[in-house]
Write a protein that binds this ligand. Structure first.
Ligand SMILES: CC(C)(COP(=O)(O)OP(=O)(O)OC[C@H]1O[C@@H](n2cnc3c(N)ncnc32)[C@H](O)[C@@H]1OP(=O)(O)O)[C@@H](O)C(=O)NCCC(=O)NCCS
Length: 184
């Protein structure tokens, strides 16, 4: 969906622009998807599994921009993509229409500056306007930094999925399930 740009000040004094993530960012998104997948084990994909072309990414971002049940947000610092947050409807069926899901990741060099908090706060505001009643997410049990952020933003832990991920080193990792009530 389209939404207004918002400018925030980061903990290091720099300015960050939160804006719709559209096809004009396709080149930066391709680099971002590859690099962030390699910087942390806590994302779904390994680096070598990012195989989309620039054109496929541009088309995906273009469709997302026109979809009222997709909020794709880019955080831009000094003209460069620093990270991305996305909220999307779980499903179109009436039994699922009240729920949306959150995904977020930043380049490592931009961790700890307040971008994650600002992205989630703005995404939550927009998700409430859409009419979603609940925001869900899954986070790897060892990902403490993300869980601190989610709890700070009001998310509540509801459960645990056993061995949800198997890393390349053969280790298995549970996922924590969390939700945020958007009705309040
Ligand atoms: C998780 C992630 C999005 C957090 O974003 P961020 O911009 O670094 O978060 P913020 O700077 O807004 O920090 C939020 C809170 O986390 C806490 N925090 C920051 N760095 C931390 C660290 N290294 N360890 C534990 N907690 C930390 C702080 O308490 C902070 O709250 P405060 O601002 O009131 O002090 C970011 O680290 C990231 O992209 N990680 C890799 C991808 C990932 O794990 N995504 C989530 C998948 S479920």
């Amino acid at each position: 969906m389209h939404f207004p740009e918002r400018t925030i000040t980061l903990k290091d004094g720099r300015t960050c622009v939160l804006r719709p993530n559209g096809p004009d960012l396709a080149d930066q998104m391709l680099e971002y998807l590859k690099k962030t997948s390699g910087e942390t084990e806590f994302l779904i994909r390994n680096e070598d599994e990012v195989n989309e072309s620039r054109e496929e990414i541009a088309a995906f971002l273009g469709r997302g921009l026109e979809n009222p049940y997709n909020i794709a947000m880019a955080a831009i610092v000094d003209g460069k993509l620093a990270g991305v947050g996305r909220v999307f409807g779980i499903g179109g069926q009436r039994k699922l229409q009240h729920r949306c899901s959150l995904a977020i990741a930043l380049y490592k060099e931009f961790w700890g500056l307040g971008i994650g908090s600002a992205l989630i706060n703005y995404l939550v505001e927009l998700a409430k306007n859409v009419g979603w009643e609940q925001m869900d997410l899954e986070v790897v049990a060892e990902n403490e930094q993300a869980q601190v952020l989610y709890k700070k933003c009001g998310f509540i832990e509801t459960g645990r999925r056993h061995n949800a991920m198997r890393f390349d080193d053969g280790t298995y990792h549970d996922e924590i399930l969390m939700y945020l009530d958007l009705k309040g």
